[in-house]
Design a protein around this ligand. Structure first.
Ligand SMILES: Cc1cc2nc3c(=O)[nH]c(=O)nc-3n(C[C@H](O)[C@H](O)[C@H](O)COP(=O)(O)OP(=O)(O)OC[C@H]3O[C@@H](n4cnc5c(N)ncnc54)[C@H](O)[C@@H]3O)c2cc1C
Length: 391
């Protein structure tokens, strides 16, 4: 079997990339690392998709725009810092200076369902299941892969988008991996949400707690907690009381619907390609959810990859020319590095119990609050506004 692109993974990143390449007319093979394509894993996770990511997705997957119309537009992000001595709190509001929406909170299962619909109808896309998948040969001419049933696939370019794969050991790419020693509670809540157009993040001494509304009475709460936090031991009733206290200015009559726990790990690949293998998705950068940017970063990677591919093929180059891949990597380096390490730093500083750090942080927080230029810069980066303007 011979394809121009082979993608390995079952996540959102693998599906977006496969569909976009197939819709450009390439012969694409998507190798799922899970048993079934249709069986979207049931998760209560939601994603803050920035306005830039949404507009990009709508342009490629038009059905998403009517499906996501029901979700509230997020117009402001309100961040609140509580000081260690609990006497004072500071708030910063981020909003677009042109009063455009910042993005939407969407349910991951709906995003996956619609992606499944697109990939299943795509003509140039072959979907197979195989786990494991082995990398037999990776040269600058192409890649040979071996499926679980020993069949071989030959491909001009291989895109690795699975965090289950052992293949990374065969790539000369250095990874920075760190166990963040935290778990994120992802909780579906119902209640009377005072402002469904505003996402709220409170930096509690236990860790950042986010309220992400997606309708008048539904929201997701994401609370990142250190592994030794007492909060992780609480039963649902106790947890509901604690969360209600923290969020009482933003949601009344709060009820917990369901709770999931996600182990937080950090991954950063120092390179995005090795010979004819490219990394896309969490495998390239798996970051702290504090700024809601993990998937947004990946969507920017995918948009850049598609852009480089079409730019160079129109100039007569092969899409797997090492120069094309090098330029893709360089164009994404600064943004990926800044968000990956910036989010770890932000979490360390804002959740610190150290009085000196807390004092300095409050001072810094106060300066950011007063600096219109910094808020504008941060908002533009987080909404992807400047990035997507060039596409
Ligand atoms: C609590 C939380 C909140 C987040 N909030 C945001 C947000 O607001 N905005 C944003 O942009 N990003 C957010 N993210 C990040 C976002 O969810 C990921 O970046 C995105 O889902 C990555 O998709 P992926 O396809 O690259 O990787 P994955 O979804 O990790 O998939 C890669 C591969 O790994 C395998 N895999 C993944 N998980 C498992 C598992 N549990 N068991 C077995 N196999 C598995 C899959 O089969 C798949 O092939 C959040 C993440 C978390 C944990």
């Amino acid at each position: 079997m011979k394809y121009e692109f082979t993608i390995f993974g079952s996540g959102i990143s693998a599906k977006i990339t496969s569909y976009l390449l197939a819709s450009e007319g390439y012969e694409v093979c998507l190798v799922l690392d899970k048993e079934k394509n249709q069986g979207t894993p049931s998760t209560n996770l939601v994603t803050f998709l920035s306005n830039g990511s949404l507009n990009y997705l709508y342009s490629k997957f038009p059905k998403m725009s009517s499906l996501f119309a029901k979700y509230s537009d997020i117009e402001t992000i309100n961040c609140q810092l509580i000081s260690v001595n609990k006497n004072k709190s500071e708030s910063i509001y981020f909003e677009d200076d042109k009063k455009e929406t910042l993005g939407k909170i969407v349910k991951n299962i709906e995003l996956e369902d619609i992606l499944n619909e697109y990939i299943n109808q795509s003509v140039n896309l072959t979907i197979i299941n195989s786990n494991p998948l082995s990398l037999i040969e990776n040269t600058t001419d192409g890649v040979t892969l071996k499926l679980q049933n020993s069949d071989r696939i030959y491909s001009d370019l291989f895109i690795l988008s699975s965090s289950q794969a052992n293949i990374t050991k065969q790539l000369k790419i250095k990874f920075i991996n760190k166990d963040l020693e935290q778990h994120a509670l992802s909780i579906d809540v119902k209640g009377n949400i005072k402002n469904k157009f505003s996402a709220f993040q409170k930096f509690t001494s236990d860790g950042p707690l986010a309220l992400l509304p997606y309708s008048d009475d539904e929201a997701s709460v994401v609370w990142s907690l250190r592994n030794n936090s007492q909060i992780l031991q609480k039963d649902n009733d106790e947890l509901a009381k604690i969360i209600s206290n923290h969020l009482n200015e933003h949601v009344a009559s709060l009820q917990l619907i369901n709770i999931e726990k996600h182990r937080l790990q950090f991954t950063f690949a120092k390179n995005l390609f090795y010979k004819n293998t490219v990394l896309i998705g969490n495998i390239a950068h798996n970051i702290h959810p504090i700024a809601g940017q993990g998937l947004n970063l990946t969507i920017k990677d995918i948009a850049e990859f598609m852009n480089q591919t079409s730019k160079y093929t129109s100039l007569g180059y092969k899409f797997n020319d090492q120069m094309v891949l090098k330029e893709f990597e360089m164009k994404r380096k600064i943004d990926n590095t800044a968000f990956s390490f910036g989010t770890i730093l932000l979490d360390d500083i804002l959740s610190s119990n150290n009085k000196f750090i807390n004092y300095s942080t409050r001072k810094g927080f106060g300066l950011i609050k007063k600096s219109g230029a910094f808020k504008k810069f941060f908002t533009r980066r987080a909404t992807g506004e400047n990035f997507f303007r060039s596409f």
